[in-house]
Design a protein around this ligand. Structure first.
Ligand code: PSU
Ligand code: MN
Length: 305
């Protein structure tokens, strides 16, 4: 095992015995939600995974160590420190480790560290993708490249329409990443169940999800798989309200000239301000929903071994 990696005792024990483990990211804690809801949500997500028969492994970089499994104190620290923690994507990882620094892991680096630890299933809220206007800015999230190369199944609620969802799907197709709708043929758009874009396949049970990923690995194919799980109906937002807020946030982002890694956190915070916290409540619920599905999928996958 790699000398920069610390796997928490509970996670190590589960992996050694072929028990199900679910990875969780930490940028959603530091940059995706405000304190204290971020810490409450992160701890509750871990509870939900346990209640559903799997072991949670929240991932981050702490003092230059790659961590698979955090203590309550570490989660609280990341939540309190918020955006002052470096948002760590693939390019940041070696520098942060070399300098002994902290980093909140995005979907990209969470996949990397999960794979180093031997974890196959990862639950989150939304992934990064091709930003609107990327035909001139070239702002395309490293998450898409990671899905193309790292064998981890990512369970999310689709992507927010802060992105160009059509171009995001085109990119994933080019890179050979299967995009699966859980119980749906339509790509969910995070806060809402509908985007107007079709997914590649609808699968309807955790067993089917596990089998698809298992077969991909057996075939010796590299890369992950993207499962998009629609937000439960009762928590989904009014499409006109949320899309209005997103359009406003994107326009303000452009006016202020915000770019690079600041773009996504800026848009997330702005949307929350504009919608007065309604979007935060939905965001929390969809993460819980993904955690449940991820735990069940990890269980089904461990039965296939
Ligand atoms: N989208 C969300 N919530 C998030 C993120 C994206 O709805 O918290 C975070 C994730 O960590 C994701 C990252 O991996 O932002 C993508 O950032 P960028 O677009 O800079 O690649
Ligand atoms: Mn970007």
């Amino acid at each position: 095992m790699n000398r920069y990696l610390d796997v928490a005792p509970e996670v190590k024990e589960a992996l050694a015995n072929g028990k199900p483990v679910v990875a969780l990211e930490s940028t959603i804690i530091s940059h995706g939600m405000p304190y204290p809801q971020n810490v409450e949500t992160a701890l509750q997500v871990e509870n939900i995974i346990r209640e559903n028969g799997a072991v949670p492994a929240t991932i981050a970089i702490i003092g230059g160590r790659l961590k698979a499994g955090l203590t309550r104190e570490e989660i609280d620290y990341l939540g309190k420190t918020g955006t002052a923690v470096t948002k760590a994507s693939r390019r940041d990882l070696p520098i942060l480790v070399a300098r002994g620094m902290d980093g909140a892991t995005t979907v990209t680096t969470t996949m990397m560290i999960a794979h180093m630890a031997g974890i196959s299933v990862f639950a989150t809220g939304g992934i990064g993708g091709v930003h609107r206007g990327a035909e001139t800015t070239m702002d395309i999230s490293a998450d898409l490249e990671e899905l193309a190369q790292t064998p981890v199944m990512v369970i999310c609620a689709g992507a927010k329409s802060i992105l160009d969802l059509g171009l995001t799907l085109e990119y994933l197709e080019t890179k050979g990443v299967s995009v699966i709708g859980y119980g749906t043929k339509e790509l969910p758009a995070f806060y809402t169940r509908h985007s107007g874009f079709a997914v590649d396949y609808e699968l309807d049970t955790p067993e089917e999800l596990a089998k698809a990923f298992y077969v991909k690995r057996e075939l010796g194919m590299q890369g992950g798989m993207l499962v998009t799980n629609p937000i439960p109906e009762e928590y989904s937002m009014d499409a006109a309200v949320i899309n209005g807020a997103i359009d406003k946030a994107v326009a303000e982002c452009r006016e202020l000239g915000i770019h690079g890694k600041e773009t996504t956190p800026f848009l997330l915070a702005k949307i929350k301000d504009i919608t007065g916290g309604d979007s935060l409540a939905s965001n929390i619920q969809l993460v819980y929903n993904n955690a449940r599905l991820a735990a069940e999928t990890a269980k089904a996958l461990s039965d296939l071994r």
